[in-house]
Ligand binder design. Structure first.
Ligand code: IPD
Ligand code: CA
Ligand code: CA
Length: 263
């Protein structure tokens, strides 16, 4: 009952935020760089995070918020209810393409993901799930994933991990590029998680993601039988950056044992 009410509330906020983002294209964006020249943020990323926080603070004052743009709380634990929010995941796509970005939100209770959302704003597609109740794309249930093999799989992988890099032995990923049916890179970790959950791709991995990129998607993916861990095969923790892998169970095992070797 509590979660149903929270679910309706979160969905309403997400939809309203999506409308604001679509309307934002009418005015000029203010674009800044963060950690490096290609790590972008806009006034809209910040406004949308503040929009969520203003409402959550009023309506659920005991809940805490971890947001990418830093307007929420400084957390050292995930005790109680915590909203893990990326107001725009795929900001580079938002700026350059005006599509292929999402609102990513997970609501966690004592460290366990209880509600997950990924909203593809431009397609008006809301992926959602409540732990234990299956996953949905808008109002349609998302079917549980069937097993597949590497040779029939499409893998979500950023090309920057296939060239020599400080994090992973790139020879293993070169083999994966050869062995898999196809490789895709969409530029939004949240959307790539949604695509794994709906079987549009079969796996997605990254060397470095933050809790707000994956918190919503992890709840959704688990409900359809996908496995999400870091690249050591360990349970996800949602307080800091880590490597990431989500895939159908059989692929997850095969990727970890045959293709992934961290430096
Ligand atoms: C980024 C996107 C991108 C992933 C980066 C993330 P942002 O999020 O999810 O696909 O490769 O690691 O930081 O900055 O657009 O919210
Ligand atoms: Ca992000
Ligand atoms: Ca973001």
């Amino acid at each position: 009952m509590v979660l149903q009410k929270l679910d309706r509330y979160a969905k309403a906020l997400i939809k309203e935020a999506g409308t604001k983002i679509r309307h934002s294209f009418a005015s000029e964006l203010a674009i800044e760089s963060k950690a490096d020249a290609n790590d972008l943020v806009t006034n809209i990323d910040k406004e949308i995070e503040q929009f969520f926080i203003k409402h959550i603070r009023t309506d659920y004052p005991e809940h805490l918020i971890l947001g990418e743009e830093g307007f929420g709380d400084n957390l050292s634990t995930l005790d109680g209810y915590v909203w893990l929010l990326d107001p725009i995941d795929g900001t580079m796509n938002f700026i350059h393409q005006q599509r292929n970005f999402a609102i990513s939100l997970g609501i966690y209770k004592d460290g366990v993901g209880v509600l997950g959302y990924i909203y593809d704003v431009m397609h008006d597609e809301l992926y959602s799930s409540q732990k234990g109740s299956g996953a949905y794309l808008n109002d349609e249930p998302i079917p549980v994933l069937e097993p597949t093999t590497i040779s029939e799989a499409i893998i979500g992988l950023n090309a920057s991990w296939v060239i020599p890099n400080p994090y992973i032995e790139n020879e293993g990923l070169i083999r994966l590029v050869k062995d898999a049916r196809g490789i895709r890179s969409y530029g939004s970790a949240a959307l790539e998680l949604a695509y794994v959950a709906t079987g549009r791709i079969d796996a997605y991995m990254s060397m470095r993601l933050s809790p707000w990129d994956i918190a919503g998607g992890a709840v959704i993916a688990e409900e359809v039988g996908a496995v999400a861990t870091n690249l050591k095969g360990q349970k996800l923790q949602f307080l800091g950056q880590d490597t990431f892998l989500v895939a159908r169970k059989s692929l997850h095992d095969s990727l970890l044992s045959n293709y992934i070797s961290l430096k």
